[in-house]
Write a protein that binds this ligand. Structure first.
Ligand SMILES: [Ca+2]
Ligand SMILES: [Ca+2]
Length: 347
């Protein structure tokens, strides 16, 4: 080969080598930037709610001495899962909203066409607030103490004049079911099934009427944020909290979970059906395919669990671990919040 041709081959070889090196470097650099971006994203999405491991096992779900929908009692087997130690707080929900720009259902404009029978002036975004009357005729008509308040939402739980000052650590309320699901997705978690919720609430106790044991007031002490006094007119606040309390203000249950009784109701993933226990899967059940509330046929409802600061023995013993509650998923209320769970390996 003539020397000129040889030099040309060397030069071409060198250039090709350099080009390959450059491609390799660019690819590596792109990979590094991608990794950095993913890590930053993961950090932003990281929920700050501490989780505890709930070991898998078998438990008896329901109760024979509760409401009809708590029967028949039946054994349920579940794999282990992680669960938020506390209800999701205002501070935590704000992190989600700031990271995503999410707007909750109660903050969105109401579509008038969906409610042709409602006067236009009442079609303002809002939520259901608790307004205790001076006296009540009977306890069967809830509209005596619940009302739709324009401008009520998670930032203004009791209406436009209320705010979250001093309530950073309180559970978020006025969240619809879809708001709870959106938060859970952001946090890389999910809502618990009803079976997971009850299993976790029992904290390893069997057939226990309360999440903390068999005695309602051990040594005279309130073990959960509930209602004391004549519901709904007299809120005695003997447990120290007439409204919501900072998450984790009462002793935890056997699994280290706080407020599995009281403070706020917690959304579960399942549809509600009053007769579900008669046909439920015995292994890791995920609820019925469709909702069925015999008390309000035609209205689809999701399960809520655990009772709230408004739970009173006079009216609603929903704070018992077996007690079931149901609400339309698009109904944010002043006593409804949530916590999440996550699948994963045991610690
Ligand atoms: Ca209370
Ligand atoms: Ca609760």
């Amino acid at each position: 080969m003539p020397p000129a041709t040889r030099s040309a081959v060397v030069v071409v070889g060198l250039i090709s080598g350099l080009v390959l090196l450059a491609i390799f470097w660019v690819a590596k650099e792109a990979q590094r930037v991608r990794r950095q971006r993913d890590a930053a994203l993961a950090e932003r999405r990281r929920s700050s709610v501490e989780m505890v491991w709930i070991p898998g096992g078998k438990f008896t779900m329901g109760a024979n001495d509760g409401n009809a929908d708590e029967r028949p009692i039946h054994d349920v087997k579940l794999p282990g899962f992680w669960m938020d130690r506390t209800e999701v707080t205002n501070e935590e929900f704000l992190r989600f909203v700031e990271a995503t720009g999410y707007v909750t259902l109660a903050e969105r404009p109401v579509i008038g066409a969906d409610f042709p029978e409602v006067p236009a002036e009442r079609l303002q975004p809002g939520a259901i607030t608790f307004a205790p009357p001076a006296r009540v005729e009977n306890l069967s008509d809830q509209t005596q103490w619940w009302r739709y308040t324009s401008g009520a939402n998670w930032r203004h739980p009791e209406g436009p004049d209320s705010d979250l000052n001093g309530r950073d650590k309180h559970p978020v309320v006025q969240v619809a079911w879809e708001d709870a699901v959106a938060y859970a997705q952001w946090a890389g978690k999910r809502l618990p099934t009803e079976a997971e919720w009850e299993y976790a609430a029992r904290g390893g106790l069997t057939h226990s009427p309360y999440v903390w044991g068999s005695e309602k007031l051990p040594e005279g002490r309130w073990m959960a944020n509930l209602w004391q006094g004549m519901f709904p007119v007299e809120n005695a606040g003997e447990d120290g909290f007439p409204g919501t309390s900072p998450a984790g203000s009462f002793p935890p249950n056997g699994y280290g979970l706080f407020d599995m009784a009281g403070n706020v109701w917690e959304w579960c993933a399942d549809w509600y059906a009053g007769d579900y226990y008669g046909r439920s899967d015995r292994e890791n059940p995920s609820g019925p395919d469709r909702s069925e509330d015999p008390g309000e046929p035609g209205v689809e409802k999701r399960v809520l669990r655990g009772g709230a600061f408004l739970s009173s023995d006079m009216y609603c013993r929903g704070y018992r671990p077996s007690a079931r509650m149901k609400t339309a998923p698009d109904t944010p209320m002043a006593n409804i919040g949530f916590r999440c769970v996550k699948d994963g390996a045991a610690p």
